[in-house]
Write a protein that binds this ligand. Structure first.
Ligand code: MLT
Length: 407
């Protein structure tokens, strides 16, 4: 008799964004006349930067000729992209990262979800609350938690984020092995300073723990004093893995390209205390289970680092950040305290009410989709997340409708 992985039965309902999509589709069917504006899932709406489109066309032409055709590429990514990433995203900011420490992939969601499998089944996991649900759900699937009880899984060390700590959790009160951090934060939009991040790096070093640092939204940082990468912090090479994505930065949500940085100096241990290279483990996993991102897509990602690419990406991000400002101002004018939206495309709004009810109310009265804070954890109750990823017209119209609905 084939039996299932029963840890899956502990998972709550469906994946948050699928759940929301189902509710929105049901609402649309019931109200076909309503033009719904989606500020829920953080999915980009603007076209790819022209340099990326040119690179895609050129690489596609290469694939059309036997003489320039490429079959399987290196699973970790082509050298041209890994070098461009190491130079532009890290070395230029003083972070000592080499091209062969970069693993190109098809998404930060997959990487942040998959990384846990190279660590022990009994690793003690610290996860912020509220949190991007992938970190938690993938550990539930792997059997690192007990049952779900009163909104939380047994066995997880939750790191509470709230208005009092500005959604920057305090260090764990008990020793943990693996710590998930995301800054600029999804969902709250909160950011971390270099001094605050240094405390986490020091904690990890003292506890022989590893930080899984999701920096998918670093390109939205406007404040020059904030770190873009954990590897800007002294000592991080020995305690951290970083995840990055072209999805939100360069509009690649449908094109798919991301990367994970695993320094060669990072070690984890056997139960008997023998040190092993995490880079080797991830490399083994990546080459065994992944066949690389397609050549044209890697060329498109490389184009992001050209002078024209940098300018085009900056313009894209400026557009979304202007949206973020419009959303934040509108919600604050309506009397709601907000976090985020200044160095992040997400605005975290204190509704002081049940977040699913607020979601239903905004959808029903304004035809605007947001994300209920409760979907990100118990500390998210009383908040909603509004995404700045949409056209200026839609964002302006959504805010006008919300003003009317809440008046
Ligand atoms: C979000 O809305 O939180 C993100 O778009 C989800 C993702 O990147 O997978």
């Amino acid at each position: 008799m084939i039996t299932i992985n029963e840890h899956y039965l502990k998972l709550q309902a469906s994946y948050l964004f699928s759940d929301i999509a189902k509710r929105v589709n049901a609402f649309q069917q019931a109200h076909p006349e309503m033009e719904i504006i989606r500020l829920g899932i953080g999915d980009v709406t603007r076209a790819l930067p022209p340099v990326c489109v040119e690179a895609l066309h050129k690489a596609t032409d290469e694939m059309a000729q036997d003489s320039t055709f490429r079959g399987y590429g290196p699973e970790q990514g082509y050298d041209f992209l890994r070098s461009a990433i190491a130079k532009n995203d890290f070395q230029s900011r003083g972070a000592d990262i080499a091209p062969d420490e970069v693993f190109v992939s098809d998404g930060a969601k997959c990487d942040t979800g998959n990384i846990q499998e190279i660590f022990a089944a009994d690793a003690r996991i610290a996860i912020p609350d509220p949190v991007y649900p992938v970190y938690l759900d993938t550990n539930v699937m792997a059997g690192r938690t007990g049952q779900h009880n009163k909104g939380r899984y047994e066995g997880i060390v939750y790191l509470d984020g709230n208005a009092d700590n500005g959604f920057i959790p305090e260090l764990p009160a008990e020793p943990v092995d693996l710590i998930y951090l995301c800054f600029p934060n999804n969902p709250t939009g909160a950011t971390i300073t270099a001094d605050q991040l240094k405390q986490w790096v020091d904690y990890a070093a003292a506890n022989r723990a590893i930080i899984l640092y999701d920096a998918a939204y670093e390109a939205f940082i406007r404040d020059d004093s904030l770190p873009h990468s954990i590897f800007e912090i002294e000592g991080a090479r020995d305690v951290a893995i970083e995840f990055r994505s072209f999805s939100k930065t360069a509009g690649f949500t449908g094109t798919r390209c991301a990367y994970t940085v695993v320094p060669k100096s990072l070690t984890a241990f056997t139960a008997s205390g023998e040190a092993h290279s995490v880079h080797s483990l991830w490399s083994r996993r990546h080459t065994t289970k992944f066949n690389g991102v397609s050549y044209p897509v890697q060329r498109a990602a490389e184009a992001v680092y050209s002078a024209a690419g940098k300018a085009q990406v900056a313009a894209l991000i400026d557009g979304y950040m202007t949206n973020a400002g419009i959303i934040r101002d509108a919600m604050q004018e309506l009397g709601y305290a907000c976090v985020g939206g200044e160095n992040s495309p997400y605005i975290w709004v204190a509704t002081r009410s049940n977040s699913w009810e607020f979601f239903d109310m905004l959808l029903g009265k304004a035809g605007v989709v947001c994300t209920p804070g409760a979907g990100f954890g118990t500390c998210g109750e009383g908040f909603i997340r509004i995404s700045a990823f949409n056209s200026r017209n839609n964002v302006t119209a959504a805010m006008a409708r919300i003003r009317q609905a809440l008046a």
